[in-house]
Design a protein. Structure first.
Length: 120
């Protein structure tokens, strides 16, 4: 199994977002890192006190954001997105459509992208 690591500004807020809004479950809590899972996805949420967020030589400090993302498959995108919008979850774009399906990119509280994808 592969894992994805997301750097987050507020670990408690991130855990609540993934568990309460996207249906993940906490598998392990290591203090500055919490592992959440949903199906085959294992996500390592690394807070500002984690070793993954330490400053690198030259003063570079890792942070959340960017466009690389993991995909959460949903059965019906419209009501799922409506619920997230009502909770104040930002979307980066409009719903996009192709023969492969429909998707939109939303952000977790630290600005990390998550693609919500509905198969045709």
């Amino acid at each position: 199994m592969a894992a994805v690591r997301y750097l987050v500004d507020d670990l408690d807020e991130a855990v609540a977002f993934y568990v309460d809004r996207l249906g993940f479950a906490v598998r392990e809590d290591w203090g500055p890192v919490v592992i959440v899972t949903r199906g085959d996805v294992e996500l390592w949420l690394s807070g500002p006190e984690s070793s993954a967020a330490r400053e690198y030589p030259g003063g570079i400090r890792p942070h959340g954001g960017g466009w690389n993302r993991f995909v959460v498959q949903v059965d019906d995108l419209d009501p799922f997105l409506k619920e997230l919008n009502a909770a104040g979850v930002p979307a980066r774009d409009e719903i996009l459509e192709s023969p492969a399906g429909r998707w939109i990119v939303v952000e977790d509280p630290a600005g990390n992208p998550i693609e919500l994808f509905e198969s045709p």
